[in-house]
Design a protein around this ligand. Structure first.
Ligand code: XAN
Length: 472
């Protein structure tokens, strides 16, 4: 390879809208030295290939040819997960949210005061997420500054695109796992922002976005765990720093909603708590949104905040089913989140599968109070088609993160954040039988089988900003 450009030739599946994707069996995608896509030719027959390369001034050594049964898709964007909860993934499904936090989650997170433990654990965690095809990840750390710096260092060293935040929690938390004051919570938050922004830009200059791969994110854990003065100060940081993203939880569980209203009696709703404290804007990522009131949905829409739909966790902790179709009908940005370890899998494939099941549950028993449009294009209370699920896991997540101009789909000028997927034989339940009958490539079937039966074995290579960061 000349080192200046890499050209992928083969099947490419690309989300184009909430209801459609393109699928071309013989595309060319050229990735330049900065890791951005320089050009795409959607369909080039084998006998046209050499001429096409010559016209573009490219060498055949620059070519990476995909095999039959392999295809490229944009990498997954996980809009909500907790890195320090990976050690208790799969444990505690008997609890609902508040008990689960107390009995399972806070004790695990507290262990991250031990920096050696953090180093060891986060190495594995980040490798796991990358191996599952997550090219962009919104990570919650713990409340600890130093171990969250370690998380950011590891993400940075692996070359994943990510937002990394330390939890703010200065009340309503166990004595062994709580910040000692508002001022220390804020000082640590500022220190983490400064630290992450000082990480070197690394081997891939970020030409696609002028945004570094690893970015800090404000992380008030949820309204319950933050005093009003802490939330207000975080709101001030947000308003003075217009690119800084914010992540938090909202309306996940009925007891949590009730308790939030008790703690903030002046707010009109859960969403209004964040709004009143300057934390609800186009950079806010709200996880769960299962039990929102009609007015809150409207407020979230008006502020341009995004929602991270976490169906695995919502089922697992018996939180409920988020009315994602309603959000989509209203034009609210929606992405998917694994929400480890409320969710018991770090794989976005599981989130996709459960988002499908959640939408099917709603289609059996329409339950949303904000429903129902009779329009045939409405998503509310209908099962989400493959194109929509694929979009949510890629472009939808990119929009929620404010990165949709740079990642989430393949287009000239965007970063090459991509997965080389295989459904060739020997790659687990998603593998297809490739024979004469399959000569006419059945890309729709390959995609669907991968999304519904796939796992890490199907993810051959993971690219972020054009750089190979993981794979089988
Ligand atoms: N609310 C939460 N919900 C969740 O699913 N996981 C958490 O860690 C958490 N903290 C507050």
């Amino acid at each position: 390879m000349s080192g200046s450009i890499t050209i992928f030739y083969g099947a490419v599946i690309n989300p184009t809208s909430l209801t459609a994707y393109s699928a071309f069996p013989r595309s060319l995608i050229a990735v330049g030295p900065t890791g951005n896509i320089e050009w795409i030719t959607e369909e080039v027959l084998p006998h046209q290939l050499q001429d096409e390369l010559a016209q573009r001034g490219c060498l055949s050594e620059d070519l990476v040819e995909l095999k039959d049964g392999e295809f490229l898709i944009p990498g997954f964007v996980d809009t909500h997960t907790h890195a320090p909860q990976v050690p208790n993934m799969g444990v505690g499904q008997q609890y609902e949210l508040l008990d689960w936090l107390e009995k399972v989650t806070f004790p695990t997170e507290a262990k991250f005061s031990d920096l050696e433990f953090a180093q060891r654990t986060y190495q594995k965690v980040v490798r796991q997420f990358i191996g599952a095809g997550t090219t962009t990840c919104c990570y919650y750390g713990t409340l600890h500054l130093e171990s969250t710096k370690i998380l950011a260092d590891i993400v940075h060293s692996y070359g994943q695109r990510a937002f990394v935040g330390k939890c703010n929690m200065n009340r309503e938390s166990p004595h062994y796992y709580v910040e000692s004051s508002t001022s220390s919570s804020l000082a640590d938050t500022r220190a983490l922002i400064t630290y992450i922004r000082s990480l070197p830009s690394g081997p891939s200059p970020q030409a696609a976005s002028n945004e570094p791969l690893v970015q800090p994110i404000l992380t008030p854990r949820f309204a319950i765990s933050c005093t009003s003065d802490l939330l207000a100060s975080l709101g001030e940081i947000a308003s003075s720093d217009p690119t800084l993203r914010i992540q938090t939880h909202i309306s996940e569980n009925p007891q949590e909603v009730k308790y939030t209203k008790q703690l903030f009696p002046d707010a009109n709703s859960y969403a209004d708590v964040y709004d009143k404290h300057g934390l609800l804007n186009k950079h806010t990522i709200l996880a769960h949104a299962v039990h929102l009131e009609v007015e809150e949905v409207e407020l979230i829409r008006k502020r341009g905040a995004g929602i991270s739909h976490c169906p695995t966790s919502n089922f697992n902790l018996r939180s409920g089913v988020a009315p994602v179709g309603v959000f989509l009908d209203k034009g609210i940005k929606v992405g998917l989140g694994t929400d480890v370890s409320g969710g018991f899998s770090h794989s976005m494939l599981t989130a996709i599968q459960h988002a499908s099941m959640a939408s099917k549950v709603l289609s059996f028993h329409p339950s949303s109070p904000t429903v129902v449009s009779s329009s045939p294009t409405s998503f509310a209370n209908r099962h989400l088609p493959i194109a929509t699920l694929f979009y949510l896991a890629t472009m939808g997540g990119a929009s929620v993160c404010g990165l949709d101009a740079h990642i989430g789909s393949f287009a000239p000028g965007k970063a090459f954040d991509a997965l080389l997927v295989t459904v060739r034989s020997g790659t687990g339940a998603a593998s297809v039988h490739l024979d004469e009958e399959h000569k006419e490539k059945k890309l729709d079937e390959w995609l669907e089988r991968f999304l519904f039966c796939g796992d890490d074995r199907n993810i051959e290579r993971v690219y972020v900003q054009g750089r190979l960061v993981g794979g089988r």
